[in-house]
Design a binder for this molecule. Sequence first.
Ligand SMILES: C[S@@+](CC[C@H](N)C(=O)[O-])C[C@H]1O[C@@H](n2cnc3c(N)ncnc32)[C@H](O)[C@@H]1O
Length: 462
Amino acid sequence: MLKVSRVCNVLMRQLYGNDMHNMKKKGRGRTSRQRRRKFRTSESSKVSESHKLEFIELRKWLKERKFEDHNLRPTRFSGTGRGLMAVKSLQPGELIISLPEKCLLTTDTVIKSYLGDYITKWTPPISPLLALCTFLISENNAGNKSPWKPYLDILPKDYTCLVCLEPQVVRLLPKPLKIKAQEQKTQVQELFVSSRGFFSSLQSLFTEDVKHIFHYHAFLWAWCTINTRTVYMKHAQKKCLSAEPDVYALAPYLDLLNHSPGVQVNAAFNEKTRCYEIRTTSSCKKYEELFICYGPHDNHRLLLEYGFVAINNPHSAVYVSIDSLVDHLPSVDTQMNKKLSLLKEHGFSENLTFGWDGPSWRLLTALKLLCLGADEFTCWKKVLLGEVISDTNEWKSLVLSRKICSSFIEETKTALQKISHMKDEETALKDQLTLVENLWLEELKLLQVSADILKNVHQETT
Ligand SMILES: C[S@@+](CC[C@H](N)C(=O)[O-])C[C@H]1O[C@@H](n2cnc3c(N)ncnc32)[C@H](O)[C@@H]1O
């Protein structure tokens, strides 16, 4: 018994440090038991990672570069994965992280390195993004010899951005996202193919054939590292690089912060202190995960660029294509083609959505235009300006939006069933399938909220 409890204490201290130990020493009364229970419930969903060798090494490496952190601790959270936990309560406006320039990996780092001469000589100049990818691949290949090893060791080995997913998983995505995923994959593949010449020019730096170092898998890893982890930092254009925006900085440790759509932070490079600084604008309680906001992204963007889905994301929406609107309309409307051209001409063929507030104004306006009777057609301009044309038009467009919403709910349920079957059959793809499943589940929630709103409006108008 005693042994077990000692082991538990040692383990607890390893996971939560002395804070846990100190808490145990405090009161034995009912209040303190209740507090402990509450603490344990929330603690059970997070496990500190700061004792892990890679984080010990990273801390040393950062300390050599004059960075020490007393606010946060690398922790694994059940909902969001690895992130940073506040070890004390953080107040709005407080400076949370101030990472010295020396810790940042930017194109300045790359140009000052052994790659600088090769980049300067190469024409046409390579992009800032390619310079960073090349450096990451090369340093990763250097292993123990790389001065960046402690940082490279904490980087994910694989990513879940859509460009990394198997084609049979991509096929299960909602159509607009599937198209974006395929476009992104093509872009990355083309960048890799067009960079082969430059990679070959680096052969004298390596004993191994460069083809075995700068292969597609390594390139994809480097590209995803930059896409998912860099912070915005504008650099002056360099002659040896192409004119594409040079706005990236890899910020070790700071890049462990996960995203929450509901928080606001101020993050920027401070020219005076020469540090990349993060200040919260909201408070964060002790032992809670500290989040930053990557931007007002919907779940399609988060999945495409960052490889995850945010639950109850206020920026999320279900996209309705103009084709699916047409599918629900009577096929005998002789003015249909004209109506569709008007919608396209006036920018109403995109961004038609169901959101947490129901169908968007744009979607309802497009539906109102499509529902105009033959005798009302001349009023199309008024519709686009938001005017009510007739009760019949209002009614028809409302009924149509309900029909479309229920048909989307059915399609979503079918997609979820298909994913569930695939999860049973293709166990190797389970994680990827779960990601896509989460996206559809969020879309289902959104559609059900929209359906309820539309039902209430419908009842009010009858
Ligand atoms: C800048 S990194 C943040 C740290 C990262 N979790 C890690 O372990 O290194 C961005 C990546 O973290 C993950 N991530 C960020 N916010 C998340 C969230 N709210 N839920 C789940 N994963 C999240 C995604 O994989 C994303 O690409």
